[in-house]
Design a protein around this ligand. Structure first.
Ligand code: 13P
Ligand code: 13P
Ligand code: MG
Ligand code: MG
Length: 367
């Protein structure tokens, strides 16, 4: 009988150069060596290592199902080994996202971002992997809504009988640790009430209504909440299955032609636009921004990764990138003012609290 395969996409910022710029090639090399050993020992079917800015991303395929301690330990050990290399080079923020250095069975809640899904590989299985930098975990909300619930983005929702029953969204309240499922299109307006607030509500996964088949999954770990203070931004990841009953690759990419504003720029404390870029441009420099998103296309072959195709390496996204630069210029003019700077409620998790503490006793009552 056919076995389910599992794809685990696990990322962490474990050091970069210069500053929060990009992952050093020696870290990529170290990660590949660790994962090759695991492949040689048959723990993994296949793997792919890359980065978006200063975030190191491990894409793993295996038959161990989701939340598997061996797979999570492999990712954790790989990040630890890379941290050693980063420390040896005095890279910036070495070990940044590893909040805890003692592994206890699951990498979730230790700092890294985790997105996993298990499924029976179809006759042909296209997969789109998204990576981000300088971006909050909830950044995928707008895009996932458009891909799986907006017929102006995905005409397949209307004209393809296999998509016509719609999709359901699992939303996590990342502050109060609760989850809820919304079935679209029926509950579209209820869904939007929540996912329009991406600092608290993040879409974790999407399934197809007709058969509950998994369609997409994201990492929703919020680093500041895990760490109890500001360490870096979430810079989350996402995977979307494509074609033959799921949105076409072009439908999945279409929403990224709009440079949405998200939280995550400079010191994790600013709203900035998202720029869809190829891997070669996936390292923010100006004002540690604009936020970057990369899309890598794969075909699976018995769990082996055929690819990647660098999907935003396409002049069709040039206008979106130009618009993104214009929006960046515009919002930058606000300097330290909202809405460029995040509202105070979100600044509680960043660099501001110590100023508040310092001045607390100087505030006088107006009464
Ligand atoms: P599939 O139904 O094979 O996914 O094709 C959809 C399509 O035509 C892509 O543009
Ligand atoms: P990262 O979250 O990518 O490490 O960035 C941190 C930061 O504050 C950049 O300004
Ligand atoms: Mg960093
Ligand atoms: Mg980063």
């Amino acid at each position: 009988m056919a076995e389910k395969i599992t794809i685990s996409l696990i990322k962490a910022d474990i050091g970069s150069y210069p500053g929060h710029g990009r992952v050093h090639p020696d870290l990529i090399k170290t990660a590949k060596e660790c994962l090759q050993r695991a492949k040689d020992e048959n723990l993994l079917i296949d793997f792919f290592v890359t980065n978006c800015g200063d975030d190191l991303c491990l894409l793993l395929s295996h038959k161990k199902f989701i939340e598997n301690p061996e797979i999570h330990k492999l990712a954790f050990d790989t990040f630890m080994k890379c941290t050693e290399v980063a420390k040896g080079m005095k890279l910036y923020g070495a070990g940044q996202d590893l909040i805890s250095t003692a592994f206890s069975g699951n990498i979730r809640g230790m700092g890294p971002g985790v997105a996993e899904m298990s499924f029976f590989e179809r006759e042909s299985e296209p997969l789109v992997v998204f990576l981000s930098d300088k971006a909050e975990a909830g950044m995928w909300n707008l895009y996932l809504f458009k891909i799986f619930a907006d017929p102006f983005t995905t005409p397949g929702l209307i004209i393809d009988p296999k998509l016509h029953d719609g999709f359901s969204f699992e939303v996590h309240d990342v502050i109060e640790h609760k989850k809820i499922i919304f079935k679209c299109p029926n509950e579209m307006y209820d869904l939007l009430v929540f996912i329009g607030a991406p600092s608290k509500y993040c879409i974790k996964s999407v399934v197809r209504n007709s058969d509950n088949e998994i369609a997409a999954v994201t990492s929703v770990e919020k680093l500041s909440l895990t760490a109890g203070g500001y360490r870096g931004k979430d810079d989350s990841v996402m995977m979307v299955r494509s074609q033959s009953g799921f949105p076409a690759v072009g439908e999945i990419l279409e929403p990224f032609a709009f440079p949405a504003l998200i939280a995550g720029g400079m010191r994790g404390s600013h709203h900035v636009p998202v720029m869809a870029v190829s891997l070669k441009d996936a390292h923010p420099t100006r004002f540690d921004s604009p936020a970057r998103v990369v899309a890598l296309g794969f075909q699976l072959n018995g769990g082996n990764f055929i690819g990647p195709i660098d999907l935003f390496d396409d002049p069709a996204f040039d206008l979106a990138r130009q618009k993104c630069n214009e929006v960046m210029d515009y919002i930058r003019k606000h300097g330290p003012f909202e809405p460029h700077r995040l509202p105070l409620s979100e600044m509680e998790y960043t660099t501001l609290p110590y100023v508040m503490r310092k001045l607390k006793n100087r505030f006088q009552s107006l009464k």
